[in-house]
Design a protein around this ligand. Structure first.
Ligand code: MRU
Length: 350
């Protein structure tokens, strides 16, 4: 089954998104016409995954520009600033959201008329969308340098086509290895509390015919030790300048298990997720989500009524546990202060 996670339909003025909260049971597309609905979809995780959030936010600005009743460039910019502000408040950890909105803000600032603004925000959102696909393909190409012919992977959360525009980052690496003839097996952390691994990554790998097993998060160290593993591949929501990496809660535990078992641990990172203005992981804001995500599964209470709950949605894996950061410009190796700096410089020098 082919699917497109995110798509702007210009003649209808709608952003078409897969509602990821309905998967794997139902494949439902949402047609969203206004920036408030897109913002809510990001906050409620109908669209999720750092790159997909960035693209959705860019199109929210396009939708806001289209809908605005402003009669001057100044007022149109005001309307877009309001949209920008609410989007920035939707989810704090994934830097792609802020990166995409910064790109849109530069274009808005450069426009000389209402017409040119509307044309250029659409062009910029389309560019962000197209770049995401190319970047993921490049990440997969570089990743093949470290994927052995017979490869048992561990993977956390969902980093596939659903989390991006297409292919994905870490899950894209697993899929690419399989499609290019490697003998692949993937252990998928179910990824409590929202179960992105069990619900979304398993759904994707089934469609691509990739052999896999969903495991409970706590089983990863045991399975690594008893069954063996060749590498872990994970995505990221923000990589600090020193390589510390924020990703879905449970990633740090997987990295510790990998270290203890001598398994290489790779972060797949589009450079849009590398934040050189954040020096270390300690400076990354970690989103805390609703306690209902822990007390209930699919609306069924599983925790004792009245139980205390703490629900950080992300954690930070220290750079010392990371073997390499696979970007669209190559694989950064420790010390990441130097290798990430070089990669970001190459990117800006073109
Ligand atoms: O809360 P989520 O589901 O948006 O978290 C997603 C992740 O942590 C992914 O690993 C990350 O965004 C990278 S997706 C290519």
């Amino acid at each position: 089954m082919a699917f497109r996670s995110i798509e702007w339909i210009e003649d209808k003025g709608v952003l078409r998104l897969i509602d990821q909260t309905r998967l794997p049971d139902t494949l439902v597309y949402l047609d969203l016409t206004d920036e408030h609905a897109i913002c809510d979809a990001i906050r409620d995780m109908k669209v999720r995954g750092a790159p997909a959030i960035g693209v959705a936010a860019a199109y929210a600005i396009v939708a806001a520009a289209k809908r605005s009743k402003a009669e001057s460039l100044k007022d149109l910019r005001e309307d877009l600033r309001a949209a920008d502000n609410s989007l920035r408040a939707s989810r704090p950890t994934a830097v792609n959201l802020f990166w995409a909105l910064d790109r849109m803000a530069r274009v808005i600032g450069a426009a000389t008329s209402m017409k040119s603004l509307r044309t250029s925000v659409l062009a910029e959102a389309r560019a962000i969308e197209a770049e995401d696909v190319a970047v993921n393909q490049a990440i997969s190409r570089y990743a093949m340098e470290v994927v052995p012919q017979r490869a048992t992977f561990f993977h956390h959360c969902n980093t596939g086509s659903l989390a991006t525009v297409d292919l994905g980052t870490a899950l894209g690496v697993i899929r690419t290895a399989h499609e290019s003839g490697h003998e692949v097996f993937a252990y998928l952390d179910e990824t409590r509390p929202r179960l992105q691994g069990a619900k979304l990554s398993a759904w994707e790998l089934m469609q691509y015919g990739v052999p896999h097993a969903v495991i409970v998060d706590g089983a990863a160290p045991h399975i690594m030790r008893t069954k063996g593993a060749d590498l872990c591949v994970v995505g990221c929501d923000r990589v600090a300048a020193n390589g510390d990496t924020a990703n879905k809660i449970g990633t740090y535990a997987l990295a510790l298990a990998a270290k203890d078992n001598g398994v290489p641990f790779y972060v797949c990172a589009p450079t849009s997720t590398i934040d050189m203005t954040t020096q270390t992981g300690e400076c990354i804001e970690i989103e805390t989500r609703d306690e209902g995500e822990i007390t209930h599964i699919n609306a069924v209470r599983v925790a004792a009524k009245g139980a205390g709950v703490y629900n950080p949605a992300f954690d930070v894996t220290p750079a010392r546990l990371i073997s390499g950061i696979i970007t669209e410009f190559g694989i950064a190796k420790p010390p990441f202060e130097d290798s990430l700096m070089r990669i970001m410089k190459d990117k800006h020098d073109g």
